[in-house]
Structures are given as structure tokens and as C-alpha cells.
Unconditional design. Structure first.
Length: 199
């Protein structure tokens, strides 16, 4: 169990590598390691979400299940006058995200180790972004939607990427049961991007 990317302390051997990537016309150096999601480079689903993302320059953003940080760090560039909080249960992912924020000279980023929303329950956000841990199961994904809704300001948005074959239709139904407006912003190679807006 502790070798899953959603484990708290992965016990696989370290294999650190730096990847140079371009996301939304920003160049990043991203340190990855074994035991975190998509260690060999930014996964396709995250890229589709990053390309679709619309954030206000002053937004307070939360990246749930941040991994080593590609979505949250891009959000920090887009919300340049705002603040991005990145959370993950995986201590290795948290360490990498902190390192990657420094590596890319981003000062508007806070990274916290958190079992889902445990560390941020008292806070409110303008936007929540997530490439949810599908392998952790549907209950966990739906919990992210439910608890995330509570942390959004009125008018705030949750951005979600999910593959059709991994439960996009049921995810959309769940989002529609919580949010006032749910839109499929784009789809690409089976990946769906949903933007769910709170009242």
C-alpha cells in the first residue's frame, strides 16, 4: 500500500530527476522522484487541465493532490498577485513541490502535507484545482468534491480533470448535485475538464 502515490510515506527507492517542461508558455524545471504521481513527466490529463485553466490574477487557489506541483505552480504564475496553496498526503510529493516552487522562484506558494483537506479546513478559496487520485477510489474523489465545495467562496470555481473511462460521467453527476453550474470546458483524448461554480 505504501508504494501508491497517494500513500503518506512511499517506501520505494528514490530516483530523483529534473524535467524541463513548458506549461502555458511558462518554462519550468520540475524535480520528480519515485513514489509520486507521474514521475516521468507531466501527465497528459494535467496538461489538458493546465491549458484550460482560467484564474484571476488575484485569486486564492488550492491545488488538491498536488504531486510534485505542475498544476499548482502554473496556477501561481497565472494568479501572479494571488496565493496558491498546494496539498498532498504524500510527504515526498510535498517536499518536491516545495523544492520546485523554490527552483522556479515562485514566492506566492504554500505547500502543506494534508490528508485531503485536513490542514486547510479553516480557509476559503476562489478556485480549487485537482487531478484527483482516481486509484484511491470513487469515494475519495467524491469527498474531494463535497469538502472542496465547502471551502470555496461564493462564485468560486472547482476545476477537475478526469478520464471518461475512469468515471467522468459519474463525477459530473456528483458535481451537478453540489454546484449551481457545471460545465465541460473541454475534452481531449478521453480527458474531460469540468468547471463547477458555487452559487
Amino acid at each position: 500500500m505504501s508504494n501508491h502515490y497517494y500513500s503518506q510515506s512511499p517506501d520505494v527507492k528514490h530516483n530523483r530527476q529534473v524535467h524541463e517542461v513548458s506549461l502555458r508558455d511558462f518554462s519550468f524545471k520540475l524535480m520528480t522522484d519515485a513514489g509520486v504521481f507521474s514521475k516521468s513527466g507531466v501527465d497528459y490529463g494535467s496538461r489538458v487541465l493546465i491549458d484550460a485553466l482560467e484564474l484571476d490574477a488575484n485569486a486564492k487557489v488550492l491545488d488538491v493532490g498536488c504531486g510534485y506541483g505542475p498544476i499548482g505552480l502554473t496556477a501561481a504564475k497565472l494568479a501572479e498577485n494571488g496565493q496558491v496553496t498546494m496539498i498532498d498526503i504524500n510527504e515526498r510529493a510535498v517536499e518536491l513541490s516545495r523544492e520546485n516552487a523554490k527552483l522556479n522562484q515562485l514566492s506566492n506558494v504554500t505547500v502543506l502535507q494534508s490528508d485531503l483537506f485536513q490542514a486547510v479546513k479553516h480557509l476559503k478559496y476562489d478556485a480549487i484545482v485537482t487531478n484527483p487520485p482516481i486509484r484511491a477510489g470513487k469515494a475519495v474523489v467524491h469527498q474531494i468534491f463535497e469538502e472542496g465545495y465547502e471551502l470555496l467562496e461564493d462564485g468560486g470555481s472547482m476545476w477537475v480533470v478526469i478520464q471518461k473511462k475512469q468515471g467522468a460521467p459519474s463525477a459530473k453527476v456528483k458535481l451537478e448535485s453540489l454546484f449551481d453550474e457545471v460545465e465541460e470546458v473541454t475534452k481531449d483524448k478521453g480527458y474531460r475538464i469540468f468547471r463547477a461554480v458555487k452559487g
